[in-house]
Design a protein around this ligand. Structure first.
Ligand code: HEM
Length: 154
């Protein structure tokens, strides 16, 4: 069973809503990451020397948006091609950044759970299990591509 058109639509629909509230949802993603795994704070340059969650921090926002947007792009690719294909330099960059930071598999799960909670927050009553599952599946494929590249580069 591949990624369906309906799943793609659910992810695209929620990303369209999330896009309208990036400053708040970026901070919320990090609140959730730190609630689940406070120990990851030290990995992020913009968190390691503070006990606060910086509002309007460009790096915080950039990472959150990359995660949201690349999962949405992964959903589109999964439906169109049945797999996630990230082009050469982007993939190399993603691989090397996370390898250098020493990101490990359980941390990918932390970000996934935080992402799902962020989708729930953004969509409120419109959020459904089906919607969350579509995000989970797209995220898993994207994360697998990044992890695979990390292995190649290690
Ligand atoms: C940096 C994307 C998952 C931790 C980056 C960068 C990108 C990126 C593009 C470069 C800096 C930027 O543009 O913001 C992604 C995507 C992910 C993902 C698409 C989804 C699969 C994760 C996970 C962790 C993580 C699971 C673990 C907690 C980091 C850290 C940096 C980084 C610590 C350096 C940020 C800094 O200190 O400025 N990521 N990432 N990322 N990522 Fe990820």
């Amino acid at each position: 069973m591949g990624f369906s058109e309906r799943q793609e639509t659910l992810v695209k629909e929620s990303w369209a809503v999330m896009k309208e509230d990036i400053p708040n949802l970026s901070v919320y993603l990090y609140e959730m990451i730190l609630e689940i795994a406070p120990e990851v704070r030290g990995l992020f340059s913009f968190l390691k020397d503070t006990n606060e969650l910086p509002k309007n921090n460009p790096k915080l926002k950039s990472h959150a948006v990359k995660v949201f947007k690349m999962v949405c792009e992964a959903a589109i690719q999964l439906r169109e091609k049945g797999e996630v294909v990230i082009t050469g330099s982007t993939l190399k960059y993603l691989g090397s950044v996370h390898l250098q930071k020493g990101i490990v598999d359980p941390q990918f799960e932390v970000v996934k759970e935080a992402l799902i909670r962020t989708v729930e927050k953004a969509m409120g009553e419109k959020c459904s299990e089906e919607m969350k599952d579509a995000w989970r599946e797209a995220y898993d494929h994207l994360a697998a591509a990044v992890k695979n590249e990390m292995k190649q580069e290690a």
